[in-house]
Design a binder for this molecule. Sequence first.
Ligand code: NAD
Length: 474
Amino acid sequence: MKTDFKLLIDGKLVDGVSTFDVVNPATEESFAQCPRASEAMLDEAVAAAKAAQPAWAALSADERQAYLNKLADAMEARHEEFGRLLTAEQGKPLDQAMYEIGGSIYTIRAIAAMRLPDQTMRDEGGNTIIEHRTPLGVCAAITPWNFPVILLVGKMAPCLITGNTMVAKPAPTTPLTTLLLAELAADILPAGVFNVVCDQNELGPKLTGHPDIAKVSFTGSTATGKKVMASAAEGVKRVTLELGGNDAAIVLDDVPAKVAAEKVYNGAMANAGQICVAIKRAYVPTAMYDEFCAEIAKLTKAAVVDDGSKQGATVGPVQNKMQYDKVLAMIEDAKASGTLIAEAAKPDKAGYFIAPTVIGGLSDDAPLVAEEQFGPVLPVLTYDDIEDVIQRANDSPFGLGGTVWGMDQLRAMDVARRINSGTVWVNQHLAIDPNIPFRGSKQSGLGSEHGTAGLMEYTQAHIINAVNLEAEPA
Ligand code: NAD
């Protein structure tokens, strides 16, 4: 596996001022060094992006699309290498890593094909009003460690196709797949259009506060998102924030318990629960509780927790030590105040492995219910009244996603309408699509990614309001 990585600044692959270890969470061992950028290098990256932006914006959208498609083709040619590197740095099982890379390639191509044509708002009596959209300039992308590739390309593709340039900064524990993408970009994109700097959590404020950054697209925790928003205030920068969640799954009384348990289990434990829209609390009718728990217990016990590079592993390690300690503490607390429904086996070896765990009997204000666990542990709660469960699902500062499960689809959709979040899936989960806007309500975010709404966020709406002098009365 490749172990030599460089930053990308102004089209050149360069060393950092120092390096730091990148740890494989399945072994706790460092397997590669990541170059670390200085503040001066960050300034160089922003300056390069600023210098490159006018010529990039002057290309036609079709020309920019051709560049992005070349990048997608180059990723596709190295799909497996990307997948293996993603498993090594992030921990997810290889099939899930390959899926993330496949989704990333698809996302680049889908977004590169989108356009924002001029809108004619009036054309009558000699008065022509059009709204057209211009790029913002240099945008920053700041990404977390749970889906380092697909979350990055979901920012890069709309930024570049609309004529902006970018400086990207990955999370310090998963920088390598971003640097592999940078290596491909160095051969394909004009110098300065896409730049990557890496840090150990110290460059974020410098990037978001930089006077030449016009927009910050941030995905990460709500706590950091608030800092990003505050730092953007000084320059009235545009921000898109995709933040934390505490998504409820509401199981209606007409679904077979076995079906519901399987869907909820998968929605809670994929990527070891480290998904912003993972199912983080499940509400089932009291009358279904025992059967639901018996079914979800079977699935939990069948989990194969292991190094994601091992064939057959269904749940990999948690990505980093800090998250591992946080999730373990939440599980211990929940076990002490609730009832253990099921716990998987986990390997007795080094690695941030946490056995998938399902816990019942918790109150609504227990930390595992009220806070974002971001790990492979799920609380199951009961309800008797639909109004009550809707109110409890909404009683959260978060509002990212959510699911409703019911055989009567229209009834389930009625419940879904009343959940205060950016997305509610009915009888499916994680159907994230580059063509469909994705956003959070309340403290789960601000603005949209994906779809036309997401593309617009990389542009300034510009009204041209013209009258025809020849049409004026003499
Ligand atoms: P984090 O907020 O700790 O870090 C995210 C990124 O912000 C990293 O690159 C980090 O280096 C950088 N950063 C740290 N301090 C900064 C600062 N002051 N200014 C600017 N940048 C700074 O998040 P994380 O722990 O890496 O990711 C987990 C969180 O991300 C969870 O809460 C999860 O729900 C959320 N998330 C949300 C979505 C979504 O689309 N809504 C998707 C994935 C993850």
